[in-house]
Design a protein around this ligand. Structure first.
Ligand SMILES: Nc1ncnc2c1ncn2[C@@H]1O[C@H](COP(=O)(O)OP(=O)(O)OP(=O)(O)O)[C@@H](O)[C@H]1O
Length: 331
């Protein structure tokens, strides 16, 4: 399998101060992250922490509001196909295959950034084109072999089971011959057996000289796999270190459990929300108590009032009866 050559230990990815805002929402705030050749780095964090947004900043889908991303020393171009051509490939959280194309064709699509044959060559279908096409197919088949899908080369992508569709996405990403592969939740929806197989596949990719940055919610997968793990919480990098360091950090556990911790980037907002809720609860309680007192008063007074009215009516009736002219005469 051919890949772009990378010197061992070289910094492949260097992201500095990456910030991404959507209107008033800061999804990623000042994140620094490096990935070196030969490394598998994990990016974890609770839902909505900004992991995918950060990936999108690394792959040209988003232009960071602030900060800079370098790949092997060069600032990344602001277009995703140029980022792929530069050497960063990715898979997506939601599988994005060409469902009605074959498995092989999907991988061939992934090779377009590496195909040197130009438009005229493709249109005229000259000998150069046929040679390049053959080479592409050979390479695509090699990749399918590598991920374990060679026997399904002719199948439509949509007919593959879910776990194999994820493998195909990886093969397609590898077809652009990257130096860095970004995997966004590669084991989502997989059973434990498929997850273990994916773990082996990622190790094999690393062994081919491709650095890997992976987002995943499956902690066992992450801690088995990664040389280093960075934890994002509310858009900020909370901790970075080896698996043992990250697993032993109380702030990480607290962040996953939704508990506040010292220096929590959302602590001020949380305190404001808490104060507002407490205020609202107090006001509500006061209103409820006032209503209850009023209701009690009304209830207590009502029979009295009723009694008074009844008594008055009876008295009136009595008075009327007593005073009725001719009454006694009637008896
Ligand atoms: N295009 C967008 N426009 C506005 N807000 C966005 C956009 N993309 C993401 N967000 C918001 O940014 C925050 C981070 O989202 P993101 O998807 O990056 O988190 P995540 O860590 O990948 O979450 P998950 O683990 O659930 O996939 C969320 O509050 C999300 O709603």
């Amino acid at each position: 399998m051919t890949t772009q050559t990378t010197t061992s230990g070289e910094t492949v990815l260097d992201a500095r101060g990456v910030t991404m805002r959507f209107g008033g929402l800061t999804a990623v705030r000042g994140v620094d992250l490096t990935v070196n050749s030969g490394e598998i780095v994990g990016l974890i964090g609770p839902n909505g922490a900004g992991k995918t947004t950060f990936f999108n900043c690394l792959t040209g889908l988003y232009i960071p509001t602030e900060g800079e991303v370098r790949y092997k020393g060069d600032v990344l171009p602001p277009k995703s196909f140029k980022v792929t051509a530069a050497g960063i490939a990715r898979t997506f959280q939601n599988i994005r295959l060409f469902a009605n194309m074959t498995v092989l064709e999907n991988v061939l699509v992934g090779r377009h950034t590496r195909t040197k044959e130009g438009l005229w060559s493709a249109l005229l279908r000259g000998p150069g084109f046929h040679k390049a096409e053959r080479a592409s197919r050979d390479r695509a088949m090699e990749l399918l072999e590598f991920v374990g899908l060679a026997e399904k080369a002719g199948h439509l992508a949509r007919n593959l089971p879910y776990g194999e569709q994820r493998k195909l996405e990886i093969a397609r990403a590898l077809a652009s011959e990257p130096g860095l592969l970004l995997l966004d939740e590669p084991t989502a929806g997989m059973n434990p057996q498929e997850t273990r197989a994916t773990e082996e596949l990622v190790f094999a990719i690393r062994d081919k000289g491709i650095a890997v940055l992976v987002i995943e919610h499956d902690m066992r997968f992450i801690f088995n796999l990664c040389d280093r793990v960075a934890v994002l919480v509310q858009g900020e990098k909370l901790v970075e270190g080896d698996s043992a360091t990250v697993q032993g950090d109380e702030r990480v556990v607290a962040a996953y459990l939704g508990e506040p911790y010292e220096g929590d980037p959302g602590q001020d907002e949380a305190a404001e929300v808490e104060a507002a809720e407490a205020h609202a609860t107090r006001s509500h309680t006061a209103d409820t108590e006032a209503e209850a007192t009023e209701a009690e008063t009304t209830e207590a007074e009502a029979p009295e009032a009723e009694t008074t009215e009844v008594e008055t009516a009876e008295a009136d009736a009595e008075a009327t009866t007593d005073a009725a002219p001719g009454k006694e005469n009637d008896r």
